[in-house]
Design a protein around this ligand. Structure first.
Ligand SMILES: [Zn+2]
Length: 331
């Protein structure tokens, strides 16, 4: 029994050394492969980090959909860029506590402070973490329309998120962006060239897409998607969304970062354009001929399902909603 215990302790000791060496190696390896786990969650205090490109990192939530008690409200991604003097953070998560966890995670990668925050849009899972970065020296950036929506819905969003997570999300102070951009804008963040692309009625009112021309990385927020169907809401204008997606394809990004799901490539954007165009065309035609959404659903099921069912995790559950929504947009 004792010898078994000794063997076990001996094994455990060496395993710890092995893990420590591995962690030291991965933490110090500046040339770590992109797309691979860069820093693993070492305690419940931080999230996993993925390295996307030089100085660009992502914290990807495994959850999709609403905040729940199980995911404690953590259902969206954030991305960050380390510049010479500080960090530019894209989105801040669904609550103040998640924001703090993001802050600690960033601190495990760099000792530089978060100097700039961009809120991609007004949906609560992308900006309620702002409070963790509310510092007089931190500039929080969004679009005019997004700010209007945040002010309108912020308090209700906190109440709703508390309800659906059964309080697991904790309390959140509302911190609104202080820096508003009204048009497409190019800006240099201490050596990192950034282009802000403003959109309207693509996913919500006033989403910002961020493009790094030198890195060829696009930060799509909820306009770009990887594993799931495009996140369209009643605010969507389908032809405008398709135009936006086409303009992003023309930029020829090598890496596509999304608000939910794993990083992807331009192939996903092309897939989304094809799906949206096909369904929109069919709905338009059928609606003009006086058909009903159920009839269109049958046609789409026969013609598109074999192609798209495998390309999206939620094709089967979402396609009917897409058709109904597109019908409602015809008039
Ligand atoms: Zn959203």
């Amino acid at each position: 029994m004792t010898s078994m215990l000794n063997k076990f302790l001996f094994f455990k000791y060496h395993l710890s050394i092995l893990i420590i060496c591995f962690l030291c190696f991965s933490f110090n390896n500046k040339n770590a492969k992109t797309g691979k786990l860069y820093k693993k969650e070492i305690s419940s205090e931080t999230f996993n980090v993925i390295r996307d490109a030089e100085n660009i990192y992502s914290i990807v939530s495994p959850s999709f959909g609403l905040p729940t008690p199980e995911n404690k409200g953590w259902n969206s991604n954030v991305h960050f860029i380390v510049t010479k003097s500080g960090v530019l953070l894209f989105d801040t998560g669904s609550s103040e506590s998640i924001g703090y966890k993001i802050k600690r995670t960033i601190a495990s990668v760099t000792s530089l402070p978060v100097r700039w925050v961009v809120n991609s849009h007004s949906h609560a899972d992308h900006w309620l973490g702002n409070a963790a970065f509310a510092d007089t020296t931190t500039e929080i950036i969004t679009s005019k329309h997004a700010l209007t929506e945040m002010k309108k819905n912020g308090n209700d969003d906190i109440t709703f998120y508390n309800k659906v997570t059964k309080g697991k999300i904790g309390s959140t102070r509302l911190v609104f962006p202080s820096s508003i951009i009204n048009n497409n804008l190019k800006r240099n963040f201490d050596g990192i060239e950034v282009e802000f692309i403003l959109t309207e009625e693509n996913h919500s009112a006033g989403d910002i897409i961020m493009w790094l021309p030198n890195h060829k990385v696009v930060f799509g927020g909820d306009i770009l998607s990887s594993d799931w169907m495009p996140v369209i809401t009643d605010d969507v204008n389908i032809p405008s969304l398709i135009n936006t997606l086409n303009s992003i394809v023309e930029l020829n990004p090598t890496k596509v970062l999304t608000g939910h799901g794993n990083a992807t490539t331009v192939k996903s954007i092309v897939r989304d354009i094809n799906l949206l165009s096909s369904v929109w065309k069919q709905v338009k035609l059928d609606s003009e001929n006086g058909s009903k959404p159920e009839e269109t659903l049958l046609k789409i099921k026969a013609e598109l399902e074999p192609q798209y069912k495998l390309l999206y995790k939620n094709y089967t559950t979402e396609i009917e909603r897409f058709i109904n929504l597109m019908y409602s947009l015809q008039n």
